[in-house]
Each structure stands twice: as C-alpha cells, then as structure tokens.
Design a binder for this molecule. Structure first.
Ligand code: NDP
Length: 340
C-alpha cells in the first residue's frame, strides 16, 4: 500500500522533497464488528489548502488539523471503491467520494461521512472537481455568499482552476458580465474560448493590476470571487462598486508566506462592501445533493464544461500538489491512482 507522507514541516514554497512515497502495510480486512469500509483509492484531489496543513500551528489551518510529519499519511478528498465492508449499507464495488489517505487503499472508519457517486455517466474524477468540493464551493460561494444576480459584473481570480472555471460558467449562466484572471496566456485563452468568460487577463503580464481591472470593468465590480489574496485583492477592492460583495474563498498567494501581505481593508468601510469568508463544509447534506443534481443537469446539457489535469500514479502526487503553487495545473488537478 504505497502512501504519501510529509517528511518535515514546510516553510515557503513546498517541494517534492518535502513529501515521500513510502510502502505501508496492506490490510485487506476491516476490524471485526466495526462499521468501517476498506476502499481502493481511484482519484486523489490536489487542493491548495493542503499546503496550509504542512506548517506547524499554521494560521490558515485552524479549521483542519496540520499533517504530522514522518508518520501520518496525507489526507484529502478522493474518489474510491469499496473493497471490504463492515457496514450493512455499503457493499464491495460501491463507488464513493470523501476523505481518504493519499495511498492506494484506505480504511474509512465511518463510511456514512462519504458521499455515494450517483452519476455514473460522467468521468469518476469529476467528483474531485465539478461534482465535488470545487464545484460546490463555486456554487455556494457565488450564490449563497456573494449572491450574484443577473446583469452584475463579476470578477474571478485563479479563474482557470478547479473552482474558478465553475464560478465563471455559473455566473455566465446567471446572466452576469464575467472576467477572470489567470497566470498564463494559455489559461486566458481557455477562459475566453472554452468557458465563455466575457474577458480575461494574464495577471503575470500586467504591470498594474488596478489598470487592468479598470480596463475590464470601467464601471466597477459588483462581485469578486476571491481565490488569491495579496496584491490582487488590494487592486480589486479599489475597483469595487458601492454595495459590492466579496466572497473570500481562498488566498492561494498567501499560503507560502510567513506573514500575509498587507491589504487596504479600509476600502470596505467607505464603500459599504460586504466581504465574507466561508467554508464549503457548511454546505453539505441536502444542499450538496441539490447542487449535485443541478450541476449534473448542466453537464448533461453542455451548459457547463470542465477541464482537468490528470497526473498518473501515486508517485506523481507530490509533484502534482507542488505544481499548484507554480500554476502548472490547467484546470482541476487530480491524481489517478487506479482507473477501476
Ligand atoms: P486551482 O485549481 O485554482 O489551483 C491553484 C491555482 O492558483 C494555480 O493553478 C495558479 O493558477 C494559482 N496560483 C498559485 N499561486 C498563485 C499566486 N501566488 N498568486 C496568484 N495565483 C496563484 O485551485 P482550486 O480551484 O482548488 O482553489 C482555488 C481557491 O479556492 C484556493 O484559494 C483554495 O484554497 C480555495 N478553496 C476554498 C474552499 C472553501 O471552502 N473556502 C474550498 C476549495 C477551495 P495561475 O496559473 O492562474 O496563477
């Protein structure tokens, strides 16, 4: 059972050497009398927040525990298949998504915390992306937190990523004017051609982010879906309209810093901007099921498309995770550990 562990706490940008793929014991059984299930992991999700769990007492990681270097297998959301079940409601062959280790086989103590895969007409990996946490995050952040409405001007950062690509498409479906930023011309092109954004720019090529936003939003921004923080957030706040809303989803530019960059939050006061943080975990249960059905319909009808970046094999997992911080991923980064 090959497993990915953290070798040491990380400072600055994570590297492949901070992790190690080790051989763990294979235990193809569940403890007698336990409701646990043993699963085979098929697709592992790579998510930027995993970096926040790689620092001791990380300020960012107060909602999930840090990984313990040297022994604990990394964990995150995965798509997996039940191999052995101690639970009456789960049987071998059932497909689930939920939190498992970054390893080939995992023991899930209580499978009731997992979701069943209901839509077999799509690639299973979609449950690490558009039909899983990133899709739900995009949906809840845009509609529950930012309350985006028809005709509004919406800006999304890290727009070609797992969350951003869905935010932009949902905002377009709502009748918004949508602009995204991304870190390469290839991604900018994807935003405009594949995802139907009205406009997009490569933030790495813009000398002045404030000027870039003014060019795209001469009348200002109603909704900012915040994925990156730092200089981009600062520039966006200067371009918000009165009573604009900022859904603070994440701040990937800050995760590798010892101390977060300064941002002029006073902009919120003068312009009555509502800026609200949220965690996707608030939107589970029935809310997730409603989302899943709606998103499956959009996918079926071709109203939403998604792009994935699939790394092959568990050995590729550390590099796939590290690549998120250099923008190597085009679309949702996922690791295919096994196909079936
Ligand atoms: P992505 O697929 O967007 O991957 C991360 C992307 O971030 C990279 O591809 C890169 O794209 C960009 N990036 C990396 N470093 C920087 C930097 N220094 N400055 C600007 N951009 C950078 O990841 P996700 O879609 O999974 O996550 C997007 C955001 O949503 C993250 O902040 C994440 O933490 C957050 N999130 C929050 C959740 C919640 O419950 N609140 C749930 C899920 C995600 P590029 O080439 O464009 O630079």
């Amino acid at each position: 059972n090959r497993q990915v562990i953290l070798k040491r706490y990380v400072s600055g940008c994570p590297t492949v050497d901070d992790m190690e793929v080790v051989a763990g014991a294979v235990r193809l059984a569940v403890p007698p009398g336990s409701p646990a299930v043993l699963v085979k992991n098929l697709y592992l999700s790579c998510d930027p927040y995993m970096r926040t769990r790689m620092t001791r007492h990380s300020e960012h990681s107060n909602f999930v525990p840090d990984y313990v270097p040297g022994k604990q297998v990394l964990d995150n959301c995965s798509v997996c298949k039940v191999v052995v079940s101690g639970h009456p409601d789960f049987k071998p062959g059932d497909l689930l998504w939920g939190v498992t280790g970054w390893e080939e086989y995992s023991l899930i103590p209580n499978p009731m915390f997992c979701h069943r895969i209901n839509h077999h007409e799509f690639p299973l990996s979609y449950y690490t992306g558009v039909l899983g946490v990133p899709g739900l995050t995009a949906y809840a952040g845009l509609f529950e937190v930012a309350k985006a409405k028809k005709g509004e001007h919406v800006f999304v950062s890290a727009a070609a990523g797992a969350v951003g690509q869905i935010v932009g498409q949902l905002a377009k479906l709502t009748g918004c004017y949508v602009v995204g930023s991304a870190g390469s011309d290839q991604k900018v092109n994807l935003l405009k051609t594949k995802f139907g954004f009205d406009d997009a720019f490569n933030y790495k090529k813009e000398l002045d982010l404030n000027a870039a936003l003014k060019r795209c939003f001469p009348d200002g921004i109603d909704v900012y879906f915040e994925n990156v923080g730092g200089a981009m957030l600062d520039a966006v706040l200067r371009n918000m309209r009165h009573r604009g809303r900022v859904a603070v989803c994440g701040q990937v530019s800050q995760y590798n810093l010892e101390r977060p960059d300064g941002v002029d939050l006073f902009q919120l006061v003068g312009k009555h901007i509502r800026m609200e943080g949220f965690l996707v975990s608030e939107y589970s249960g029935d809310y997730y099921r409603r989302f899943e059905e709606e998103m499956a319909r959009y996918l079926e009808e071709g109203k939403v498309v998604c792009v994935e970046d699939v790394a092959e094999g568990i050995e590729a997992a550390p590099a796939a995770l590290v690549g998120l911080f250099a923008g190597h991923n085009v679309g949702k980064q996922v690791v295919a550990v096994a196909r079936e």
